[in-house]
Design a protein around this ligand. Structure first.
Ligand code: S7B
Ligand code: ZN
Length: 308
């Protein structure tokens, strides 16, 4: 309700200043806000390096509504970018939160110790601090936050099984919506990856091979469906559909591409969809929304990466 809504300010992971939606109660301010009057909240917690706390941890608060400390940086960005991704799905697709039904968006930062990962753990997001050389605080990248929240969208729509081709599609759709939200570049995670090395990234959608991902079906890697095998290479073979997305966005533009990708994810894809099923789902979505010229552009993008 209105009496509690406040606007705080914070310093993000990269030292940037930003305004924050905060909540005033018990004479302090929380990284917490109501997304829509009738529905969910965005709430950000500190998991205290997996110390004595289980998830989500404790609320991030500041009596002055100023979140400037080193420890608060990861929470500032997790909270701010969660709001940015909420707005992206709401404004572009009228989807209220990741489930379309105003689900609470919960994030926990400072998860684990020197944890070089971020993840959607089925009901919330977790962000490690990184070890300081491979990663800095992982919530500092808007494409990572969008990537993680899109896993939640996928889990409440196509439910693409996280292994082999369906798992690589799951990964690719998270990267693609990470691009749509961030769209500064074709790189993933560049803002927080190797803070000591400028210009590199976890993955490149325009040039997957730069980071040892295949960019064509001929180079699909048959890996074991084990943790060691990255569940059949879901973060490796995603380079193939990612390259198709790069061609598609360049040929039809972002505004058509995001509608087509959203329609494919929410209307046509199913848990065991293959790369060829994704090709068909995207062509059909293009045909439904924009007609055969656009559908043909999508078909050529997938021809270029050897998926028919
Ligand atoms: C850093 C990281 C490690 C393990 C899994 C994921 C995962 O969420 O799949 C992960 O996050 C990303 O890939 C984001 C996009 C850069
Ligand atoms: Zn992922």
């Amino acid at each position: 309700n209105k009496v509690h809504e406040a606007t705080g300010s914070g310093t993000g992971v990269l030292g940037d200043q930003k305004s924050l939606n905060t909540y005033y109660a018990n004479s302090t301010y929380y990284l917490y806000n109501v997304t829509k009057p009738m529905s969910g909240v965005i709430a950000t917690y500190d998991n205290n390096n997996g110390g004595q706390y289980s998830l989500p941890g404790y609320y991030v608060t500041d009596s002055g509504n100023t979140f400037y400390s080193e420890r608060q940086k990861a929470a500032v960005d997790a909270h701010y970018y969660a709001g940015e991704v909420f707005d992206y799905y709401y404004n572009n697709f009228n989807r209220e939160s990741y489930d379309g039904n105003g689900a609470d968006i919960v994030s926990s930062v400072h998860f684990g110790s020197n944890y070089n990962n971020a993840a959607w753990v089925g009901n919330q997001m977790i962000y490690g601090d990184g070890d300081g050389s491979t990663f800095t605080y992982l919530s500092g990248a808007d494409d990572i936050v969008a990537h993680e929240l899109t896993h939640a969208v996928t889990d409440t729509t196509a439910e693409l099984v996280y292994e082999n081709q369906s798992g690589a599609l799951n990964e690719s759709f998270s990267d693609v919506f990470g691009y749509f939200v961030d769209n500064e570049d074709w790189l993933m995670g560049e803002d927080v990856y190797t803070p000591g090395v400028p210009g590199d990234a976890l993955r490149s959608m325009s040039n997957p091979t730069q980071y040892d991902q295949p960019a064509h079906m001929d180079d699909y890697q048959d890996l074991p469906n084990t943790e060691q095998g990255d569940w059949g290479g879901v973060h490796i073979n995603s380079g193939i559909p990612n390259k198709a997305a790069y061609y598609t966005i360049n040929s039809i533009g972002q505004s058509k591409a995001e509608e087509i990708y959203y329609r494919a994810l929410t209307v046509y894809l199913t848990p065991n969809s293959t790369f060829s099923d994704a090709r068909q789902a995207l062509i059909q979505s293009a045909q439904d929304l924009y007609g055969s010229t656009t559908a043909n552009s999508v078909a050529s993008a997938w021809n270029n990466i050897g998926v028919y």
